[in-house]
Design a protein around this ligand. Sequence first.
Ligand code: DCP
Ligand code: CA
Length: 380
Amino acid sequence: MHACDIVIRIFSIRYALSSRIVFHIDFDYFFAQCEEIRNQSLKTRPVAVCIFSDRGGDSGAIATANYIARKYGVKSGMPIKFAKARLADIPDATFLPADFAHYSDISERAMEIIKNHADVFEYVGKDEAYLDVTRRTDGSFQKASHLAQQLKNRIRDQIRMTCSIGVSENKLISKIASGFRKPDGLTVVEPQNAESFLAPLKVSDIPGIGKVTAEKFHEMNLDTVGELRKIDVFTLNKMFGRKISAYIYNAARGIDGEPVAERQPTIQFSRIITLREDTKDREALSESLDSICDDLHKIILKHNKMFKSVGIQFVQSDLSSKTKSRMIKNPTSSIEELKKAASYLLEEALADQQMEVRRLGVKVSELSDMEGQSSITNFF
Ligand code: DCP
Ligand code: CA
């Protein structure tokens, strides 16, 4: 392709798609904020959510931390020991084990509100989604920024959670904009301001440009997105190949034609109970597991679904979670298959079990519709 053709294509892509309005929404310090939601007294202290490994003690990593803890240098991915050292002199610093079931619950409630504000809703993950709102805002950025503020208010009032929203003509700029002013941010970038919004940002603010790529650009004296525009498409091609260089070339100019594609969270069914007393006795756990499977199976049949994956969860006496899961060869709705997989997983989980179990749960996922299956096969 000739350089001139590329420029013409870029102009036509931008012109054709400039009428879209896209939101990117991202929940602030998600796991830690979920902990604050159920215990408001945490809001004024440094809080870090930990994923403890099976090795015991403080081995494991920080999942995330609230913004107070971040001021002390606590970050996602950091070893728990390092984080504890950074907060050693802060008496009210709080370290909590991750409680994924609680975070999923909050995510589901928030996503339900978000969905109702979109023409097209694209679920990305538990704390992230894209929305196309072009139709309901008549393509007006003024209406769109009101809609974004309204959405933030609803999530704050109903869930007591803050989030950050980026509003622009495409997914790329909105993603960058949602991270621009965090927490509790709302950044609207109208098309005529896109290039000037991006110009002063670091090249690594472009999604997909990691440390290694940013370092390569730094060696060429290209540190900001504006500077990155100086590099010609041929040099980029030589460095990264056609596909990646086209992405970088366009991204530096705020060009992204990817549509918001309808996507719902993969549904799963789960049931979790708190045991009468904490235990790691095989018999007692197996008995409870059996009755959880019976209850879960009723839910599966009610929804006319088959499952392909089964998982069990222990919430242990220190509230940390342990999960095991396995895939079944073919989608099924059989209670025997469910119980067989669950008891296999129970054995596996008990093999190296140190702590007692406080809550026990079973989930099925990879669901498909039971179309064409007679109801008889559901039971046999
Ligand atoms: N997470 C994790 N381990 C990581 C990164 C993230 O377990 N290394 C989890 C915990 C986060 C959640 O994923 O709460 C979402 O990740 P984000 O990167 O969006 O970070 P946060 O939501 O925590 O913070 P921010 O306010 O920066 O969005
Ligand atoms: Ca987040």
